[in-house]
Design a protein. Structure first.
Length: 398
């Protein structure tokens, strides 16, 4: 009788252990985040089953089959997701598990329901809600050719490398350049009307330059131009980024007004070069804040000098950035600081043409150059104190 009871107890243990492994593996998978949607793969319904069976050899205790439904067939980040699942299963501490990932795609009905839930949770433009935690910086210039886009790209790449969840919108509809500067050649993934931004160098990015026919002249004005920005804000799944950068078209045209209306909590950063002709025009772009609920956060002077044999050559003169900051301080009635002065360097052009921000090494880590340190200082100035823990993260203490 005791032997029969012992066998029953052993059978129950053999059945109970796989059930426990299944539950604990599922719980561990809840910490795997879909890199596009920014949510747990279990919350998104991507894990449909976990099967735990005794291993067929002594190299493992159990074979674990994880059935995964990706949002779309050929999901561009499927390898990233499956690698994370593999790592989660193999690192299970209580037994040696050999993972098998069975990948398929969601049915049309399931995907439609998921997209509907995501849109309902977001409810249109996610950045205009009261209390939104995202810092929004619109990078503006009075005229073209001052390096505004290269400043945007390198600032975004620096923020991402420092650990901030960073997004960027190429709001220069006529002269878009961010895809080329980031080395992006792919299109956003379309989840039945909701777009996933393309991620490059850690930055979530959207631009009209990613869509078919974008090489043709675009002559949008007024309401149609404003609608393009609304689509970038409302029809793209951004998640909850720490910071959003907008690369504006030069001048004070329709897009600058659209940004201020759609993103009243945005802050303007004015980029200029040292010469008087550029700084005078730059002041006008900052004075847009007089008519709009936008604050000018500060001024960046680009191409301030060229380093040659240890000497700083002021090719474009000097003092333009400070002149813009002083004039805006007087006209706006609050302090507008000169945030940073950036040198003229061939690295910015060469790396930009290669599709890699100049502040990054080829592996995506921050370079140790003086230029990179200036962008790190700029990023810390903009972000420290904006959210709990940001100061520690910007300083590399987290």
């Amino acid at each position: 009788m005791e032997q029969v009871e012992h066998r029953k107890e052993g059978t129950r243990n053999l059945e109970e252990l796989p059930r426990r492994i299944k539950g604990e593996v599922y719980e561990r998978l809840s910490r795997v985040i879909d890199p596009e949607l920014g949510r747990s793969i279990t919350d998104l319904g991507m894990i449909t089953d976990i099967i735990v069976e005794p291993a067929r050899d002594v190299q493992a205790d159990y074979e674990v089959t994880v059935r995964v439904e990706l949002t779309i067939k050929g999901c561009p980040l499927s390898t990233t997701i499956t690698n994370q699942i593999n790592g989660t299963v193999t690192s299970y501490p209580r037994a040696r598990l050999r993972p098998h990932i069975d990948v398929s795609s969601m049915s049309r009905e399931k995907l439609d329901n998921l997209v509907a839930d995501l849109k309902a949770a977001r409810r249109s433009n996610p950045f205009s809600k009261p209390g939104v935690g995202t810092r929004i910086f619109a990078i503006a210039s009075g005229k073209g050719g001052v390096g505004k886009s290269s400043v945007t790209v390198n600032l975004a790449a620096t923020l991402a490398a420092l650990g901030y969840d960073t997004a960027a919108i190429d709001a220069d509809i006529y002269g878009f350049s961010l895809p080329g500067l980031f080395g992006v050649h792919s299109r956003p993934t379309n989840l039945h009307g909701m777009l996933m931004p393309v991620t490059a160098w850690g930055v979530k990015l959207i631009s009209i330059g990613m869509f078919a026919g974008s090489d043709r002249a675009i002559l949008w004005r007024g309401p149609r131009l404003q609608r393009s920005l609304e689509q970038f804000l409302s029809d793209v799944w951004w998640g909850d980024p720490d910071v959003l950068l907008l690369d504006l078209a030069p001048g004070t045209g329709d897009m600058a007004l659209s940004v201020a209306q759609a993103l009243p909590n945005s802050q303007l950063i004015v980029v200029t070069t040292p010469q008087p002709s550029a700084s005078q025009v730059a002041v006008r772009s900052g004075l847009v804040a007089l008519q709009l609920p936008t604050k000018v956060q500060g001024v960046i002077e680009n191409m301030s000098w060229y380093e040659h044999n240890g000497e700083r050559l002021r090719i474009f003169g000097q003092g333009g950035g400070q002149r813009v900051a002083d004039q805006l301080t007087r006209d706006l009635g609050y302090q507008v600081p000169l945030l940073e002065q950036l040198p003229l360097q061939t690295d910015l052009r060469e790396s930009g043409e290669s599709g890699r921000p100049a502040v990054l090494r080829p592996d995506g880590s921050l370079d140790d150059s003086p230029l990179t340190q200036r962008f790190v200082d700029l990023a810390k100035t903009l972000m420290v104190g904006s959210e709990p823990g940001d100061a520690r993260r910007a300083a590399g203490e987290d």
